[in-house]
Every structure is written in structure tokens, then in C-alpha cells.
Design a protein around this ligand. Structure first.
Ligand SMILES: Cc1cc2nc3c(=O)[nH]c(=O)nc-3n(C[C@H](O)[C@H](O)[C@H](O)COP(=O)(O)OP(=O)(O)OC[C@H]3O[C@@H](n4cnc5c(N)ncnc54)[C@H](O)[C@@H]3O)c2cc1C
Length: 474
């Protein structure tokens, strides 16, 4: 290996990048991780409230507990405090708490079936939004629904906005119809960084033990160009140090690209984080990336002087009405964090376009005004009786150039499947030998969009490189 050259360059120090480096180090293969931010973890990001409480601005749950490969490992390690928040679930509309006997939930479940059925019948290139699908169902089944169900069930189906982070007007109903997630969700109470740090500790150990498989991580290294040196048959990665503005070059035989697809799809090179590929990425990939969307799940943590909401609930959903800046106009899911933490803490999950509005606000007063009517609705208190929070802390992913939203989400008429297929089996890049690999939450079928899915994809790409390197040795 020439001076300044590593076997593998990994772009991004999120969980997928770290997992790829860890498996490579265990196999004695060296890697260099280039990370644009001044911190590790990517969208696993645990911060502290002023009171010292840990809150996750990115991932909170281990999703897909039935199949999640990380759950048992971290459960048994004792490092992670898990909390299943799938107990009592209440939802409110303009008339107050919705009575279970109005039977909105069974109808919402039937709408999911309707969507599944719909996609077995319509042509593959036809797509409709969740909103359109819901109204199509109501038209078909009007004769067996009550007036109350007809009026209120559409707003309950908007619960999906809370999982994906986009408005039901643009979310593809295909997302629900083809959902592959399996099992319960376990919330991490002591910060998802415990999971990231667990993987990092293993990486440090593996890199120390390995004779050749060292690993270094460079923070503040914004990659802006990836090129193929055909003469030397090497990949050349150019990065700029965001603190000093100094450019650097690194060389490798393989590349694992793990930056979010929202970054990969950028074509305007003036955008922060955008990357120039020389020679350019194949048109099939570029065209399919144009049809990949990113969603905007947002988080707002409220720490109050005391609790004033129903402590028996795990989740409290406020059903939507229509426009910013009144929170009543949006679907908002409250997670009662007072239950697991014994502290007056509430988390509101919000989606696009409310997320972008809230994440831009500097003033806690402005944010509080948006949520006050909703808190009043779900607690039956007058708005004037809602105590002022001690602190409000919001996520900022929508304006973060290295995330540009929360995660991959499918909007109407996207062609994500084509991009996914290509990125998982990349051909035709540089010398066409498959030395450029892609990983991350958006490049996996298994646990798509999730932290464990990102981890699985990092392992998959390390496995691929290990196979090729070992084959070349013998
Ligand atoms: C609000 C929110 C809530 C979520 N909730 C959950 C949840 O409850 N459960 C769950 O499983 N998942 C959840 N997720 C998704 C989960 O956080 C991600 O799937 C996972 O962390 C992605 O890991 P990754 O390695 O693919 O990407 P990232 O963590 O984004 O890592 C990619 C890295 O690439 C870096 N990068 C970007 N551009 C460049 C560049 N030009 N040069 C160098 N580096 C670059 C970035 O800084 C980043 O560190 C949530 C995400 C958000 C935002």
C-alpha cells in the first residue's frame, strides 16, 4: 500500500460507517473515515436538557423488535435502558378525547388493508397519496361507516405522518401498502449514543488488535469530490476542513459512501456537502436519485416545572385540522416521557411542513404558542392554565446540510425501488469493478430508514469488500 493510501475510505461516521469500519478492522482491513461534522454519530445524536436529562434529537426507538439484530446484543449488554411505550394510547380531536367506542381504530386498520389491496390491483407506475387512498376507501365503504367515522377517521390515518415525517398529501400510500417493518418498538431511555459508543468501543479495540486493519476517523472533513485515477487505479477523495478551509486528498482501493441520500442526490455543487463525482455517476443512478425523497420528522422536547397531562398514557395523539401556526391544524404525537423518566418531560413528534416551521424558530415563546392550544386540548385545561415550560428543545435536521431532513421517505410518484436496487448492487461506477459501495439507512431493504437498518447495510458492504480482498490474496 502506497504512502497516504488506505484500503477503504468510508464517508460518514454515522452508525453505518462505523459498523463498516469495525467489520473491516476485524478482518484486518484498514479504513479511514471522513466525517463532515465536528462530532460523531450522525443522526444518532443525544443531547442534554439544561436540567441534565438526556434527550435524543435523532433516533429514539429500536424499531422492528421482532427482527432487530441489535436488540438482543444491547439488551444483554445492560448498557441500554429500554422502555416499551406501546401501552395506553389516547387521541384527541376538536371535540376532545375520542371515545374507543366510536371505533375509529378498527376502521383505520381496514384502510391499511385497503391500501395493500389497492397496490396489488393498480399498475406498478401508478401511485396515489395516503390522503387520496383514504378518501377512495371512504367513497367505497361509505355505506357501512357511521357519520362520525366518515368525518374523523381520515385524521387518525394521518398517524403515519408521525412515523415517516411527511404530510399525508405527499406521502405515497405505497409506503403503507408495502411496509416491511416487523414487531414492537423499544425506546432508548439513556440516549442512543450508548449504542453508537458501544460500536465505537468495539472498533477501537479491533483497530488496536489488528496488525494491518487500523482505522482513523477525521472530523470536520467535508468531502466535496470523489474521482477515479485510472492510471494508478485508485480512488481519490478530496475533502475540505470546515475549521481551517484547508483541502486534503486521500487515496484508497475501495469506497463506502454512507452520507444520506439527500446529500448524494445533490447536483448543485455550490450546496454545502455536495459531492462532484469524476467521472460522473451513471445516468441510471442520477435519474433514479431525482425520484428519491427525504422526509422531515421533527422533535420538540418540553420540560415543564411539573406534569399536568394524563400520566397513564404512553402516547397522546392530537388529530389535525388545517394551517401554521396553530398546532391544532397538524397531527402531533406526544410521547409521555414522564412515565419512564419520572420527570415532567413531554416529547412532541411533528412532520412536514410543521417541522420546517418549528425548526427555524429561535424563540421558545413562538414555539410554545403553536403547541399551547394542543396541550390544552389533550389535558382539558384552559390554554392560560398550561404552565410555561422550563425549556423547549427542538431538532434541527431540516436545515442541517449534512442531513437535509430526517430520513428516506417515499412520496407520490417516487421511484425509490430503482435507486435502492442500484445502490445495493452498484455497477458502472469508475472502472465498473464494484469498488464503490453504498450504505446507510436509505440503502437497505431490511430496517429501511432505521438505525439498525443502517448498521446492517454497513456490515453488508464490509462483507463484500472482505470477500473481494481475500479473493485477491489467494
Ligand atoms: C428525528 C429523527 C428521528 C429518528 N427516529 C428513529 C428511531 O426512533 N429509530 C430508528 O431506528 N431510526 C430513527 N431515525 C433514523 C436513524 O437516526 C437513521 O436511520 C440512522 O441514524 C442513519 O445512520 P446512517 O449511518 O445511515 O446516516 P448518518 O447517521 O446520517 O451518517 C452519515 C454521516 O455522513 C456525514 N456526511 C454527510 N455529508 C458528508 C460529506 N459531504 N462529507 C463527509 N461526511 C458527510 C454526516 O455528517 C453523517 O454523520 C430517526 C432520524 C431522525 C432524524
Amino acid at each position: 500500500m502506497g504512502k497516504g493510501k488506505t484500503e477503504v475510505i468510508v464517508i460518514g461516521a454515522g452508525i453505518s460507517g462505523i459498523k463498516a469500519s469495525l467489520d473491516l478492522a476485524n478482518a484486518g482491513i484498514s479504513s479511514l473515515v471522513l466525517e463532515s461534522r465536528g462530532r460523531l454519530g450522525g443522526r444518532l445524536c443525544t443531547e442534554q436538557m439544561e436540567s441534565g436529562l438526556s434527550v435524543d434529537m435523532g433516533a429514539s426507538w429500536f424499531h422492528d423488535c421482532y427482527t432487530n439484530p441489535l436488540l438482543k446484543k444491547y439488551w444483554e449488554s445492560g448498557k441500554v435502558d429500554f422502555h416499551f411505550d406501546d401501552g395506553k394510547f389516547s387521541y384527541f380531536n376538536e371535540e376532545g378525547l375520542v371515545d374507543e367506542n366510536k371505533r375509529l381504530e378498527p376502521v383505520a386498520k381496514e384502510i391499511e388493508l385497503f391500501m395493500e389491496d389497492l397496490y396489488t390491483k393498480i399498475p406498478a407506475d401508478k401511485d396515489i397519496s395516503i390522503k387520496e387512498a383514504v378518501y377512495q376507501y371512504l367513497k367505497d365503504k361509505k355505506w357501512c361507516l357511521t357519520d362520525y367515522q366518515l368525518k374523523h377517521v381520515p385524521q387518525l390515518v394521518r398517524y403515519f405522518e408521525m412515523w415517516i415525517g411527511s404530510s399525508w398529501e405527499i406521502l405515497s400510500a405505497r409506503t403503507i401498502a408495502t411496509d416491511k417493518h416487523k414487531g414492537r418498538d423499544a425506546m432508548v431511555m439513556n440516549g442512543y449514543s450508548t449504542v453508537y459508543n458501544g460500536e465505537l468501543e468495539e472498533l477501537v479495540k479491533a483497530a488496536k488488535l489488528s496488525s494491518q486493519g487500523g482505522c482513523s476517523i477525521k472530523l470536520n472533513s467535508v468531502v466535496y469530490k470523489i474521482e477515479w485515477d485510472a492510471k494508478k487505479r485508485e480512488i481519490v477523495v478530496h475533502s475540505k476542513n470546515s475549521l481551517t478551509n484547508k483541502s486534503e486528498q486521500f487515496r484508497s482501493n475501495f469506497l463506502v459512501f454512507t452520507a444520506p441520500l439527500s446529500v448524494l442526490k445533490l447536483t448543485d455543487l455550490k450546496e454545502e456537502g455536495a459531492i462532484e463525482w469524476t467521472p460522473p455517476l451513471p445516468p441510471t443512478l442520477r435519474n433514479s436519485l431525482d425520484k428519491v425523497s427525504f422526509s422531515n420528522l421533527g422533535k420538540v422536547f418540553f420540560e415543564f416545572p411539573e406534569t399536568f397531562w394524563n400520566l397513564e398514557d404512553d402516547r397522546i395523539l392530537s388529530l389535525a385540522r388545517g394551517k401554521i401556526p396553530n398546532g391544532l391544524d397538524y397531527t402531533i404525537l406526544f410521547l409521555n416521557l414522564a412515565k419512564p423518566t419520572q420527570k415532567p418531560l413531554l416529547l412532541a413528534l411533528i412532520s412536514s411542513p410543521l417541522t420546517q416551521y418549528i425548526e427555524q424558530q429561535e424563540s421558545q415563546e413562538v414555539i410554545f404558542e403553536v403547541f399551547k392550544p394542543v396541550l390544552s386540548r389533550i389535558t382539558n385545561l384552559k390554554a392560560s392554565e398550561i404552565p410555561k415550560p422550563l425549556q423547549i428543545k427542538t431538532s434541527k435536521w431540516s436545515a442541517d446540510p449534512y442531513a437535509r431532513g430526517s430520513y428516506t421517505g417515499v412520496t407520490v410518484r417516487d421511484d425509490y425501488e430503482v435507486a435502492l436496487e442500484y445502490l445495493m448492487n452498484p455497477t458502472g461506477i469508475f472502472d465498473g469493478s464494484g469498488r464503490v459501495r453504498f450504505a446507510g439507512e436509505g440503502v437497505t431493504d431490511d430496517g429501511n430508514g432505521c438505525a439498525h437498518g443502517a448498521w446492517v447495510s454497513g456490515a453488508r458492504e464490509a462483507e463484500y469488500i472482505k470477500r473481494v480482498v481475500n479473493k485477491a490474496k489467494f
